[in-house]
Design a protein around this ligand. Sequence first.
Ligand code: 6PG
Length: 467
Amino acid sequence: MKSCVGIIGLGSMGASLARNLARHGYRVSVYNRTFEKAEEFVKEFPDDGFVLCETLEDLASSLPSPRVIMSVITAGEPTKAALRDLSKFLAPGDLVVDCANSFYKDSMELGKEMEEKGILFADCGVSGGKMGALLGPSMMFGGSEKAWELCGGAILAACAKAKGGEPCAARLGPVGSGHFVKMVHNGIEYAIMGAIDEIYDIFRREGFSAQDCARIFKKWDEGALHGYLTEITAKVLEHRDPKTGKAFVDQLKDEVRMNGTGTWTVLSALELGSCAPSVGEAVFERIFSSEPALRRGFAPSPAPEVSVDSSEAMQALYLSSAIIYAQGFDVLRAASGRYGWDLDFAEIARIWEEGCIIRSDFLPKICEAFKKDPALPSLLSSPVFEKIEEENLQALRRVVSKAVLGGVACFVLESSLSYFDDFSRPLPVNLLAAQRDYFGAHGYERADEPGFFHTEWEEDGREVKRQ
Ligand code: 6PG
């Protein structure tokens, strides 16, 4: 048996992570708020050598010093309360790793609190769902080098391995960076899922069945769009409802829930002054879905015909996905600058190659692009992405146009196209600058002369130089 690790929280993720660590030879002490659940868990896996702990104090005293405890409980208040409680039984030099989907600012706040007590704190984003946590998730660690020294071995053992065997986990920066990167991962996840759903919507409007769509997504997964989200889309679409024998998706309401990481990505992008419209649209689309009473207040308008070629749809989804990854990395770049994290984007792409939900054939390309040029202003300006843009732009334009003319809403596809278009041409905000100077005397910059100016619009139209 290797050194001991404690796990707090035996929900699906915590239980899977505990079993994963045990499988890698770690003796794991387990604690759950409801003790019966912990007892059942330990009974269910008698060969894994779990140490059952009834209280947080038991958990602390079951571990050798310095203690390493990973917390996998609901983010927000439950995590904060449990870790504050736990800290009463810890000693300086012990390490607590929050592996929940916590908001990065909460992690920074908790980190400070723990630091004041001499306790090490780290935030670790864990992606891959229940199966990922069991078989190997992608793990995004934020914490000091000392914290990484204490638990890096366990994380590197438990995480997913890339095709060449490299672990899909890394220390990305100080406290906060792990959960920030995981949050953006989820923002990308929301937007790619939104784009997939819109393509699916177009197909259904064309008259394709869920099974037809499943076949198409399956084929795409064997090609350039190979990735976990494409793969599960095909599987979900081909699934038959055991109750009715009909297509499973057709038995579900057009309403969806969310845990909030996508919303945080958008709020953070806004706060950092970074542009991630496709993530925003994906979040708005989910919010809209949860307002059925509002939506059903309108009688459906007659639906015009939509006809999109499936290879064209594949190209549209391909380019839209590339643009979504670019937006996500742009948010990461903004945070890295703001917080001085010095994030290694190639390394982030590398640890997303396996284990996580957004793993796809894009990730090695993204990794390569940032390795060649770590200061790349946007993925969209890398040669690999330029080629993708060149080959697929017309298809994305055609699909978006046909969807719009056919009355199929495509928030995410459309916003990714607009984001791309804004990259490659001057923006019309020269007019905007003049408008706001007109009513608010806010000033503007000229293209032909340095300085800051204002026009006396309602007087003699004279231009005044302010600086
Ligand atoms: C992952 C997932 C995981 C979870 C999301 C779902 O990376 O393993 O992203 O974290 O499934 O929180 O998010 P929503 O509930 O908001 O859709």
